[in-house]
Design a protein around this ligand. Structure first.
Ligand code: HEM
Ligand code: HEM
Length: 465
């Protein structure tokens, strides 16, 4: 019998070509073009996906939407550069000019503005989706950490962008927002000077923020984003419940990415782009009078995404409200994958039926307890007056911190005993409580704080001046 010569392994290019075009290379230009596009798509996606991951009620398309918003921000940002001078007061006149004399200038600015704000909401919702499906557990810890870093950078991009129009809103929101930096122990003053380019917000701050906004921050986000996407593939695709995962390979139904997944993504991206365009055509980005350092508005509020933090500052010694609590929360979020290692419930929303009830209970408790605590602290509790000889770091920092942490620790114990909750359900319970409390604080800051940062009902709010 004649011996068969072993076939050489096909090269990566041959494998790719066979996958894209099993019947051989296309001969016409259209076919070749299509192959190039398909091969680009297959750099991001695997060639086949499980049918279960096509159900968009699992991810809600939030990661993809964040990616789309980043692309819109990159493109509109580069267009905006054409008509922007990072110098005070010229920056403001440039925006006026953009709004009135530049073709589609206002539309591009509105698109940039609304996409940026929506990106914060979408990235946080994506984080919540990843959290409640336990998708940060091994092997996806690194992608979680990259995600948290990207979220911080997205907030940084929004904050630095906020100053650029150089109007009253920008100037005072950044003045309030950056005042928090000076509370950093030991190096606060120095750090604030470095970031602001002087003792207060001024022309140097505008230049500093501009250069961060158009270079380091977007470069870092786009770099991390590519790695984030690549890791999703590297970590074995999206998480999914065990019953639908590869462990039962025989039952898993797979379809080709092109066209099944790509069609869905295209429709999703086009629908969102159309919605954003329509919104930006009718709702202008805010613009007030030119920045005037001598005329402080009342109330002076930080950008909306920092109002939860500003609310904390009204209740705690600045070191605790501005530094200790936010740092603990950020460190906690970074470390989440290392508290909660169980692989049992990966891909299942809220872990279990008990987890679902505990999440509801926790969100409900935080919804009630947070406004009550804000009202009590505003009108009843007055630790500094009650303990006049105590250092205010203790009376107005440590004591209120214990007052809010103690009930949380007791609640956690109660949940463990009464509901026999395991570690993953307890992590879910505590994180839901803290997260809901932070959202309530942010809403109070946005809608219930008026002149003098006093509490008002939104419908009784005196017009600010
Ligand atoms: C600019 C911000 C972000 C972009 C563009 C982005 C993009 C994506 C995309 C497209 C996916 C796959 C599909 C999906 O789950 O929707 C994904 C998955 C993932 N993302 Fe993000 N993401 C961002 C921020 C974050 C944040 C803030 C976190 C968490 C702190 C995070 C953690 C993860 C994890 C762990 C996965 C894998 C999920 C799974 O396998 O089920 N990402 N991201
Ligand atoms: C994560 C990405 C980004 C976010 C979240 C973001 C956010 C913002 C925000 C909130 C503003 C203020 C908009 C306004 O009310 O007028 C702004 C302005 C601006 N951004 Fe961005 N941006 C991003 C990326 C970029 C990039 C990549 C560029 C250019 C390379 C850019 C260039 C500009 C310019 C020139 C302005 C001033 C014009 C204006 O205020 O409308 N941005 N950005």
């Amino acid at each position: 019998m004649e011996e068969q010569t072993p076939q050489p392994e096909p090269s990566i290019f041959e494998r790719m070509r066979n996958r894209l075009s099993p019947e051989g290379l296309p001969t016409d230009d259209r076919g070749r073009m299509r192959m190039v596009v398909d091969s680009l798509i297959l750099h991001i996606h695997p060639s086949k996906v499980e049918v279960s991951t096509l159900k968009w009620t699992y991810t809600w398309g939030l990661g993809g939407l964040a990616g789309l918003l980043m692309a819109i921000l990159g493109i509109t940002g580069i267009i905006l550069l054409n008509n922007y001078t990072p110098a005070a007061p010229q920056a403001y006149f440039d925006i006026l000019e953009l709004n009135s004399n530049v073709w589609f200038g206002e539309l591009i600015r509105n698109l940039h503005h609304w996409s940026a704000n929506l990106l914060i909401v979408v990235a946080v919702l994506h984080l919540i989706r990843v959290f409640v499906t336990g998708a940060y557990r091994p092997p996806r810890e690194l992608n979680w950490l990259i995600g948290v870093a990207m979220l911080l950078l997205v907030v940084g991009a929004n904050f630095t962008g906020y100053l650029l129009p150089w109007d009253q809103l920008a100037f005072w929101a950044i003045t309030v927002g950056t005042s928090i930096i000076s509370y950093v122990p030991l190096v606060g003053g120095w750090l604030s000077n470095l970031i602001l380019g002087g003792p207060e917000v001024g022309a140097n701050t505008l230049l500093n923020f501009y250069s961060m906004h158009i270079s380091f921050i977007p470069l870092a986000i786009f770099g991390l984003m590519s790695y984030h996407f690549w890791r999703v593939r590297k970590d074995g695709g999206l998480t999914r419940p065990k019953s639908a995962s590869q462990t039962e390979d025989a039952k898993v139904e797979r379809v080709t990415t092109i066209p099944h997944l790509v069609h869905k993504e295209m429709i999703f991206a086009l629908a969102w782009t159309a919605a954003l365009l329509l919104f930006s055509m009718f709702v202008p980005a805010p613009l007030e009078g030119i920045a005037n350092p001598a005329l402080s508005p009342n109330p002076a509020k930080a950008p909306w995404y920092f109002l939860g933090l500003q609310e904390l500052l009204l209740h705690f010694h600045p070191l605790v409200g501005a530094i200790v609590i936010p740092s603990l929360v950020i460190i906690g979020i970074f470390l989440l994958p290392f508290f909660d290692l169980s692989l049992e419930s990966v891909g299942v929303y809220f872990r279990s039926a008990r987890g679902r009830s505990l999440t509801l209970l926790s969100a409900g408790l935080a919804l009630i307890a947070t406004p009550i605590w804000v009202l009590l602290d505003e009108f009843v509790l007055n630790w500094t007056e009650w303990l006049p000889t105590w250092n205010s770091l203790l009376s107005n920092g440590l004591i209120p911190l214990v007052v809010i942490l103690l009930p949380l620790i007791l609640l956690d114990e109660w949940v463990a005993k009464r509901f026999k909750a395991d570690t993953e359900e307890r992590v879910l319970f505590i994180a839901t409580y803290i997260f809901t409390a932070f959202i309530v604080l942010t809403l109070i800051g946005i809608y219930f704080r008026g002149p003098g940062m006093n509490l008002y009902l939104p419908w009784n709010m005196p017009t600010s001046h």
